[in-house]
Design a protein around this ligand. Structure first.
Ligand SMILES: [Zn+2]
Length: 68
């Protein structure tokens, strides 16, 4: 499990946007987060949707871990 996945899992079922992932993990670039969240969204147990990010409060493209 990488840091992006670990963060999303820790926050579950609360959604987080790519920008906040970058900020929380001190990543160098936004695409590092968005690439990983898109990968995760294709996997079972994760969903990517447009919703209010729980961290910044903005309506954005967020990812969250859903219950199985
Ligand atoms: Zn956010």
């Amino acid at each position: 499990m990488d840091r992006v996945e670990a963060l999303i899992t820790r926050l579950a079922p609360v959604p987080i946007c790519d920008e906040c992932i970058v900020e929380r993990l001190h990543l160098a670039a936004l695409h590092q987060a968005s690439q990983r969240t898109r990968e995760l969204a294709g996997q079972r147990g994760y969903e990517r949707t447009t919703a209010e990010c729980a961290t910044c409060g903005q309506p954005k493209s967020v990812v969250r871990r859903c219950r199985r």
